[in-house]
Design a protein around this ligand. Structure first.
Ligand code: C6P
Length: 428
């Protein structure tokens, strides 16, 4: 990758696109890698604009998972036989691939989990259980997904601690001027989304992490919506924990990653008990395994990890700044077109955004928008996007959300705009 996280995230929208003129990146070529685009939906070419929910899979990922089950399959860490050793190597190679992708310092800082949701719950139930006490505080933001609210609410309730929320403005930007003052000597953790799934806001997490660290407070970053759009370097960010989901970055479902700094992970108690997370067990006493195995009880999602590694290698085979410039152009084109429609209200107009366009159409419920768009072969998401507090802030029950990937084209955006006009005609 030619751009560091720092460079990419400090750029405003236009410098990325200026560096990469249209034509630098060919989404039509990329689409050939994804077999799903060969089919028609309701007799029409598939216009898939629900990438924030989940992305499609390139053939290399499908092949890696299929090859594992067909030719390489066995359980891991347990057998002395050839297949088990081979499967173990593949699984541990996958960990190394993730480590390189996130630029973590050590392989053992990478823990395979089911996804971002499980990563946050793991930290809440281990780090949180150990470090949060009565009267303590956990600081999150107003633009979090439920996955970064509820696990903290649960542990705060159990411990008699409180959840504090950094507010946002009417654009969906956090009120950063209030952030530092909200950190107190009772703050035990700051947990922030990197890119909002409902609004597209890109939080300046590097600066926020530095601020929290000045007060000695560790920071968890929810990267579910960032790794597929921005270069992420956990050492450069200096985050203490980072979570991502495989299925949102062209990998399989049911696999995700928790990154944690080694010293923190070593101090934390295990999450679940069972096989593989132990060194020795008697009825009286168990000695836990080292990290990362301490946090990977039971047979893990071996095929998922192998598929995720294939997805990350595939993703890294592209120039991420060219890819980001392309996605930015899609977002810009869609935003400008929707802005010109009187009935459209854009929800989320933050200074820096990535790949998400949420909107409402006056007098048309988002579910109706989604249903009519589906008749045009266009997949978007309609609902609260598991971010009900965000909807409450804007005084709406739901939005329609188009979310872009590097395999989307300008023609996809034009189809969206055209279909929105059809929705308005139906309801006029
Ligand atoms: N957002 C969306 O359509 P899981 O389900 O564990 O892979 O990811 C949870 C999650 C956590 N944080 C953020 C910012 C997210 O966007 C998501 C998943 C999907 O927006 C499903 S609700």
């Amino acid at each position: 990758m030619s751009t560091t996280w720092n460079e990419a995230t400090s750029m405003t929208a236009s410098p990325i696109t200026e560096q990469h003129p249209p034509g630098d990146f060919d989404p039509w070529r990329v689409r050939e890698d994804f077999p799903i685009f060969r089919q028609r939906i309701r007799g029409k070419p598939l216009v898939y604009l629900d990438n924030a929910a989940s992305t499609h899979k390139p053939q290399v990922v499908i092949d890696a998972v299929s090859r594992f089950y067909g030719e390489e399959y066995s359980n891991i860490h347990r057998g002395v036989h050839y297949l088990s050793q081979q499967a173990t190597d593949l699984y541990e190679d996958a960990r190394r691939t993730v480590r390189q992708f996130l630029n973590a310092k050590h392989d053992e800082e990478i823990i395979f989990v089911r996804g971002t949701t499980e990563a946050i719950n793991l930290v809440a139930q281990t780090f949180g259980r150990m470090n949060i006490g009565e009267g303590d505080e956990v600081l999150i933001s107003a633009i979090e997904h439920h996955a970064n609210i509820v696990p903290w609410q649960m542990i705060c309730k159990e411990k008699g601690a409180s959840l504090k929320v950094i507010p946002m403005d009417q654009h969906g930007d956090l009120k950063l001027e209030q952030f530092e003052a909200m950190i107190t000597d009772r703050t035990r953790l700051v947990s922030l989304v990197h890119v909002s799934n409902a609004l597209g806001t890109v939080n300046p997490v590097k600066e926020m992490i530095a601020t929290a660290h000045r007060h000695g407070v560790p920071v968890f970053i929810d990267g579910a919506q960032s790794v597929q759009h921005l270069p992420v370097d956990v050492q450069d960010l200096d985050c203490d924990f980072f979570a991502m989901s495989g299925h949102k970055i062209y990998g399989p479902t049911g696999i995700g990653v928790l990154y944690g700094k080694k010293a923190l992970l070593e101090d934390m108690p295990p999450y679940q008990g069972g096989g593989d997370m132990i060194l020795s067990v008697t009825f009286e006493h168990t000695v836990y395994n080292d990290i990362p195995y301490k946090f990977e009880a039971g047979t893990p999602n071996i095929a998922g990890a192998i598929g995720l590694a294939a997805a990350l290698k595939y993703f890294q085979g592209h120039d991420i700044t060219a890819l980001a410039a392309h996605e930015e152009r899609l977002l810009h084109h869609a935003t400008e077109n929707l802005r010109n429609i009187d009935e459209v209200r854009l929800i989320g107009t933050a200074k820096q955004k990535a790949s998400v366009l949420s909107f409402t159409l006056c007098a048309v419920h988002p579910h109706d928008i989604g249903t009519i768009l589906d008749q045009h072969g266009i997949a978007i998401r309609a609902g609260h996007h598991c971010a009900q507090p965000v909807m409450q802030h804007f005084g709406i029950p739901a939005t329609a959300r188009a979310s872009f990937s590097f395999y989307n084209t300008m023609e996809d955006v034009d189809a969206l705009v055209h279909a929105i006009h059809s929705v308005l005609e139906v309801f006029s």
